[in-house]
Ligand binder design. Structure first.
Ligand code: DX5
Ligand code: ZN
Length: 219
């Protein structure tokens, strides 16, 4: 069983003070920093691009975990791979998913695969042996600050079950509306990697928020 890792989502930080915000999250105990890339096509929002991730990397001492919510991750991932420890793509993307995962690995990062709330878990099954991380979206991707979709807990259980049944080693990450309350349900269901934007960057005490997520009880 993996230790729980907390990955604050930089999407929720004050972009005008990026370096200070990255340092603040690290000082508060962030394990990874989650970078949400949105292309205005795969999702209905545009966030930031490679230059912004490179700017974060200038002061980052923890791994950058890049989540590509873009239609063509095969085309764009090379621009993010130097700064990123992990790159996650979506199974719904318009690309050869297996080939792109393999290319991310060859370029030196670990690879993750995600799915939208409306996409069934079964769509990931052919790729489970190809990934280091399985990201279950617990909101519709595109915006921070949305309420957690409790219906996704069954997908977390399915991911955990498949990991055990097939003897696989991917981390199970959740992203969207994660607070100490909803994070507790995710961890109970089998998640070990918690992305949290609003509940961490807007917390009155960021270190306490990260610590409470990291110490949620396992099953
Ligand atoms: C949603 C993003 C999330 C989001 C999480 O499209 O992938 O990472 O920033 O933010 P909160 O924790 O505020 O829901
Ligand atoms: Zn994300």
């Amino acid at each position: 069983m993996y230790p729980i890792l907390v990955a604050p989502s930089v999407l929720a930080c004050d972009f005008g003070r990026l370096h200070d915000e990255v340092k603040r999250a690290q000082t508060a105990g962030a394990d990874w920093l989650h970078m949400d890339i949105m292309d205005g096509h795969f999702v209905d929002n545009i966030s930031f691009g490679p230059a912004f991730v490179d700017a974060a990397a200038q002061v980052a001492t923890v791994p950058l975990d890049t989540h590509l919510m873009v239609s063509r991750p095969d085309h764009y991932f090379p621009r993010f791979v130097r700064a990123s420890r992990n790159i996650t793509i979506h199974v719904e993307a318009d690309c050869d998913v297996s080939g792109t995962l393999a290319a991310i690995r060859s370029a030196g990062a670990t690879c993750g695969l995600s799915l939208r709330p409306g996409t069934p878990f079964e769509s990931l099954v052919p790729h489970l042996h190809e990934i280091d991380l399985l990201l279950i979206m617990t909101v519709e991707p595109g915006f921070g600050g949305q309420p957690f979709l409790a219906g996704m807990l069954d997908k977390i259980r399915a991911a955990d079950e498949a990991r055990r049944t097939h003897g696989l080693k991917y981390r199970i990450q959740v992203d969207g509306g994660v607070t100490v309350e909803t994070g507790a349900q995710c961890v109970q269901a089998g998640a070990d990697t918690l992305v949290a934007g609003t509940s961490v960057f807007r917390a009155p005490d960021m270190a306490a928020a990260i610590q409470s997520l990291r110490s949620l009880p396992r099953r």
